[in-house]
Design a protein around this ligand. Structure first.
Ligand SMILES: *Cc1c(COP(=O)(O)O)cnc(C)c1O
Length: 382
């Protein structure tokens, strides 16, 4: 039997932590109630949900009533962007974002453009960072929302949220951040960072898929949102639908584990990343994509000049699971918009490897992958 491939695609999704599964189990069995029901079963399930809400609020420096559960970060981004657009129609119809955002931010903004909203897409520098001066210049009197991701899902670059938040605060503009990749891995604190809306998800952080949420600031200022899903009025009528206690409890467990061990765990993961990089950094034609150190500890993204991207990935696929460019475009052979935006050519963007390292990867796996990449690039394709 061949070994299963080494999993290094942790920006696409992560394996569930066994401790998370353990926390979820009772909510699949004994505590199966609908949190909206007014009997013991409902109360038990509801208590799990409310404890999870408190834990998540605490992680973000927020209050429990500022957390709205959704099906994930895609839905949270849609609620933040379309919800603000609808609720602030009278104040303005201009949005600002960055070219390197995830499609879950870009697509709802493009949808709004179809209805007459205007959107400014700010560029990034060669390292993938937004220049705060560009943001200042882009803000207009009719700007309602700035949306800048916390950490990039391809090149791992961490934006300076505190500076961006301060710029938005001083100008009375709402600040949304897509923290799908950041939560659990980098410190996030909504008040000192001036964040008004923050999208998060569980499955990028060893939690279950299909659950996430949106932090919505309730004071200084109170953010107005128009619901995007109507129904039974759950989640302060901002997101109707029966809550999913197993998923919610699992998400809180996953995020709590990540935050409790953040400093030591991220240091270990960074060490593995540096170990891999030190073994491949001198390969012919290699480029590091994204800022050399202002990036997620577990992220490495590299391109190879003169190598065919599809062949490179095909050669590695049997032994290592990773992706090229963005996961969404890896089947369509479209060069990643993120790599293009930091100035990479089509060839370099296509011949890229996105490596995401997690707490479950080992030194032996990293060394094996370094050998595989080296052999593939030097022996077969040069
Ligand atoms: C994964 C991801 C999303 C989508 O999250 P889901 O919970 O899968 O909907 C959004 N933004 C970023 C930056 C991501 O990495």
């Amino acid at each position: 039997m061949p070994h299963p491939p080494i999993y290094l695609d942790n920006h696409a999704t992560t394996p569930l932590d066994p401790l998370v599964l353990e926390a979820m189990m009772p909510y699949f069995t004994d505590r199966f109630g609908n949190p909206g029901s007014t009997h013991l079963y409902g109360w038990e399930a509801g208590a799990g949900v409310e404890q999870a809400r408190e834990q998540i609020a605490q992680i973000l420096g927020a209050s429990p009533q500022e957390i709205i559960f959704t099906s994930g970060a895609t839905e949270a981004n849609n609620l933040a962007i379309k919800g603000v657009a609808e609720a602030y129609l009278a104040e303005g119809r201009h949005f600002i974002t960055v070219v390197t955002e995830h499609s879950a931010v870009l697509a709802p903004l493009q949808y709004l453009e179809g209805f007459g909203f205007s959107v400014t897409y700010l560029p990034v520098d060669g390292n993938g960072l937004l220049d705060p001066q560009d943001l200042i210049s882009a803000i207009r009197s009719d700007t309602v929302l700035v949306s800048v991701m916390a950490a990039n899902n391809e090149i791992g670059v961490i934006q300076d949220l505190k500076t961006i938040g301060q710029i938005c605060k001083e100008r009375g503009v709402l600040f949304h951040t897509d923290a799908a990749q950041g939560i659990g891995k980098i410190p996030l604190d909504v008040n000192p960072m001036g964040i008004d809306l923050l999208s998060f998800t569980a499955h990028k952080c060893h939690g279950p898929k299909g659950i996430g949420g949106l932090y919505v600031r309730s004071r200084n200022p109170r953010v107005k949102l128009a619901p995007q899903i109507y129904g039974g009025g759950q989640e302060q009528a901002l997101r109707s639908g029966t809550l999913a206690p197993p998923q919610i409890v699992g998400m809180a467990k996953a995020l709590t584990l990540a935050v409790e061990n953040q400093t030591t765990e991220q240091a270990q993961i960074r060490e593995l990343r540096e170990r891999l990089w030190s073994q491949i950094a001198t390969l012919p034609g290699i480029y590091l994509n994204g800022h050399p150190y202002q990036r997620l500890a577990g992220n490495l993204n590299v391109s190879f000049a003169g190598v065919d991207g599809a062949t490179l990935l095909a050669a590695l696929r049997q032994e290592v699971a990773l992706s090229s460019g963005s996961a969404c475009s890896s089947t369509s052979l479209k060069p990643s918009h993120v790599l293009k935006s930091i100035g990479r050519s089509d060839q370099l963007a296509l011949a890229s490897l996105r490596i995401g390292i997690s707490r479950f990867n080992t030194q032996a796996e990293i060394d094996r992958v370094a050998t595989l990449i080296t052999d593939t690039v030097t022996c077969r394709y040069q």
